[in-house]
Design a protein around this ligand. Structure first.
Ligand code: ADP
Ligand code: LRH
Length: 463
């Protein structure tokens, strides 16, 4: 039996359970289980199948033993901002509504009537996204005040999955920062904002920092899977775990998946008026550092086009089709809110091109090239904003996550940015999650050692 740590990494498009262990100064990964994740309509809202995700985690735990592993610890990370509420008996009283649901349409502006927008930014350092938890909670308060009145516990998605495993209530820090309800100065819940929005303060618990054990499995889970192990908090925000696995420190990174999260690691928040104008965020890092970055609409756009094409082409095939559509040059502003949750991504892109008097894409290759070129243009522009905001010039960009396999975009970004582009690892988020567990269990003792380990263990490509 090989001893290992288990990372559960669930992104908006898929989840995976990866076993990791150290061997000959290398981090070895083995994918135990992979499953789809998608939103579904439920009670009039777009929701995640949270019970289904928990089943997949238990399936992964059972498979790990069948595959001859002895897992010592497990930690879960997922996408940010979404949450559920529990009542006083710790029963779930809300669906896991997804951030692309339309319940937050126009809500951000209503909140600005109650709290000055600039105050929100200066106090929290978090960028404005219509789906931030603060706006989701306000939408819920308007739609179902009785539910908030009954609520006793606020749990973000990974907190809830950790609760189902252990029975322990935590509000993990890195993910809590994405609510836009934590004070940047002392990492406590913003009592004044909560009061102004009529959100009960008692549902939140003091944020727990990653790299610590939260307990072992409940009796029920132990009986079902047949063994016990410790649950260790990683950076439960997937992007926080991903940033831990950027192979270098003094570089711009792009965590490229459903979203493209582009930024730098910083020692303190930058919440100047220029950062406000450029809408940059200061999310909490695993080592209490700051993830200074911007959300860019990301590969969600090609995921949706792929789905509308009935999955006729794989992601790798879309990349090849983009090369073939070389004469197609139309581009869109990827951060236009129309692309956040459109009924049809293809139509949303076509309308944008029509409105801006550009050639309208029709073939799969034209759509792919339009999306990739537009994302690259946005990366190039964002790199300049990062340099202006930090007052530093960066020679390189590290691309991590599933999107780092898109060599069309990698080549294009190298050409337009004139920076060295490094790509990989593709499973950066799961790696960061594992590194946190290995730090908590004394297998790794410094950030430097973890960066060295990544470089020794994974092939990093250069463009
Ligand atoms: P998330 O965890 O945010 O759901 P991932 O990190 O798994 O996302 O990345 C998914 C994205 O990676 C897909 O949208 C796709 O565009 C890209 N991708 C995955 N495999 C390939 C491939 N073989 N070639 C090109 N792109 C790929
Ligand atoms: C990426 C991510 C991102 C958030 C978004 C909701 O998966 O966590 O950092 O902004 O999902």
């Amino acid at each position: 039996m090989q001893k290992c740590n288990l990372a559960v990494d669930i992104g908006a498009s898929s989840g995976r359970i990866i076993a990791g262990y150290l061997q000959h100064n290398k981090l070895v990964l083995d994918e135990i289980h992979r499953f789809e994740n998608e939103m579904e309509e439920k009670n009039g809202h777009l929701c995640w199948d949270i019970d289904g995700l928990f089943q997949e985690i238990k399936t992964g735990l059972k498979k790990s033993v069948e595959q001859h592993y002895q897992p010592l610890t497990i930690g879960i990370d997922t996408w940010a901002v979404d949450f559920v509420l529990l009542d006083q008996d710790k029963n779930r009283i809300t669906d896991a509504v997804a951030y692309r649901d339309h319940r937050t349409d126009g809500v951000m502006e209503e909140v600005f009537q109650l709290i000055d927008q600039k105050d929100i930014y200066h106090e929290t350092g978090i960028q404005f996204q219509p789906f931030n938890t603060i706006y989701q909670l306000f939408a819920l308060q308007k739609e179902k005040p009785d539910i908030l009145a009954k609520a006793q516990y606020f749990l973000m998605i990974p907190d809830y999955l950790h609760y189902l495993l252990t029975g322990k209530i935590t509000n993990e820090y890195t993910n809590a920062t994405t609510t836009q309800l934590l004070k940047a100065t002392n990492q406590t819940w913003h009592q004044d904002f909560l009061r102004k929005l009529n959100i009960p303060a008692h549902i939140f618990s003091e944020p727990s920092h990653p790299i610590q054990s939260i307990g072992s499995l409940t009796k029920d889970v132990q009986e079902e899977i047949g063994f016990n192990l410790e649950v260790v908090l990683p950076g439960t925000h997937d992007t926080a775990s991903a940033v831990m696995a950027v192979p270098a420190q003094d570089t711009i990174y792009i965590s490229s998946g459903t979203w493209s999260l582009m930024g730098v690691e910083h020692h303190e928040p930058i919440s100047t008026s220029q950062a406000f104008d450029y809408n940059f965020t200061n999310e909490g890092g695993v080592h209490k550092n700051i993830r200074f970055l911007k959300n860019i609409m990301g590969l969600w756009m090609i995921q949706e086009v792929k789905r509308e094409w009935n999955d006729q082409y794989s992601f790798a095939e879309f990349v090849e089709l983009a090369y073939q559509a070389s004469s197609f040059t139309s581009k869109v502003d990827v951060n236009d809110q129309r692309f956040l949750s459109p009924a049809s991504m293809k139509q949303a892109i076509q309308h944008y091109c029509q409105e801006t008097n550009q050639q309208v894409p029709k073939t799969a290759g034209e759509f792919a090239k339009c999306i990739y070129d537009s994302l690259v243009e946005s990366y190039h522009h964002t790199a300049k904003e990062i340099e202006a905001l930090t007052g530093k010039t960066y020679d390189s960009i590290h691309i991590i996550g599933g999107g780092s396999k898109n060599h069309y975009m990698n080549e294009k970004l190298a050409a337009v940015s004139k920076k060295t582009i490094y790509t990989g690892p593709g499973e950066a988020t799961a790696i960061g999650n594992l590194l946190a567990q290995m730090m908590a269990t004394g297998q790794i003792d410094s950030v430097e050692q973890s960066k060295r380990l990544i470089n020794q263990s994974f092939a990093i490509k250069k463009f």
